[in-house]
Design a protein around this ligand. Structure first.
Ligand SMILES: NC(=O)c1ccc[n+]([C@@H]2O[C@H](COP(=O)([O-])OP(=O)(O)OC[C@H]3O[C@@H](n4cnc5c(N)ncnc54)[C@H](O)[C@@H]3O)[C@@H](O)[C@H]2O)c1
Length: 271
């Protein structure tokens, strides 16, 4: 049997221009892009020849990595609405467009919501401050950043919002009530944007990373890390580059019909 691969009329042709991601030259803002998953994502979009803007609280290593990647770095706290709006205005003034926002900045402040003090037998509660800090960066920050870029995406009738949720958004996690709630909130926010903005050509999607090899896991005790790896079908942590691949795939033209979806990249942890 002759296998036809490139001739006219071959079904392969129907996909030929869908192999292009269309990400070259696109302006991509990545929050929390100075390290970890955000940095891997900045590298991934640069590999597509996108114009990458890294925003992060950390000027070091933000400045350095941006220089190395040929990206732009802007110091930013995603919870500061005025600063976020000014950043989006500056990016638009410089590039004339904003195509993709990766809402990646996130923090943990783990602790049980209620526990019993071993020494005194007293009930201890998660402080409101610990709750608010996590909700502020993870959920409110993503809302502020999304609203800021939509000022430019809606008139352009084009754009892509991406959200860093987590596997704990759906399963919940003891000791992470605040974090899980923020990540579940992001899923609802992502879906609301997908519903509201589809008619403007704007897509909204999320990635649910499993336990990923970054410094975010530095505070997790070794016995817990061992148990996590043991309970993961693939027997290892997620490589941050694979999360970055998921973002790039969702942003690319090959996913032009995908909105309101969430992709788990977790080595099978949530199976
Ligand atoms: N590592 C994991 O196992 C894992 C799992 C699920 C989801 N996630 C999510 O993925 C995202 C990236 O995680 P990571 O592991 O790379 O974490 P990380 O701690 O290595 O990086 C987070 C980055 O966000 C920045 N940041 C924090 N607060 C900020 C603020 N207010 N304004 C601007 N920047 C701020 C930090 O400076 C840092 O550079 C987070 O949203 C996290 O919740 C991570």
């Amino acid at each position: 049997m002759t296998v036809r691969t490139t001739t006219k009329g071959n079904p392969v042709n129907a996909f030929s221009n869908l192999k292009e991601t269309g990400l070259a030259g696109k302006v991509v803002i990545i929050t929390g892009g100075a390290q970890g998953i955000g940095l891997a994502t900045a590298r991934r979009f640069r590999a597509e020849d996108s114009q990458v803007v890294i925003v992060d609280l950390k000027t070091q290593p933000g400045d350095e990595v941006a220089l190395e990647l040929g990206a732009t770095f802007m110091p930013l706290d995603v919870t500061d609405e005025a600063a976020v709006n000014a950043m989006a205005e500056e990016v638009f003034a410089k590039y004339g467009r904003i195509d993709v926002l990766v809402n990646n900045a996130g923090i943990t402040a783990d602790g049980k919501m209620v526990s019993i003090d071993k020494a005194t037998g007293e009930l201890k509660f998660m402080s409101l401050d610990r709750w608010d800090r996590v909700m502020d960066v993870n959920l409110r920050g993503a809302f502020i950043c999304s609203q800021a870029v939509l000022r430019y995406m809606v008139p352009a009738r084009s754009g892509c919002l991406l959200f860093a949720s987590s596997i704990v958004a759906t399963s919940g996690n003891a000791g992470q009530g605040n974090y899980g709630a923020s990540k579940a909130g992001l899923l609802a926010l992502m879906k609301a944007y997908a519903r509201e903005l589809g008619k403007f050509g704007i897509r909204s999607n999320a990635v649910l990373p499993g336990f990923t090899e970054t410094s975010m896991l530095d505070t997790v005790p070794k016995w817990m890390m061992d148990a996590i790896i043991d309970g993961t079908p693939m027997g290892r942590l997620v490589d941050p580059r694979h999360i970055a691949n998921a973002y790039a795939n969702l942003a690319g033209d090959q996913s032009a019909s995908t909105t309101g979806s969430s992709v788990a990249v977790d080595c099978g942890f949530t199976l």
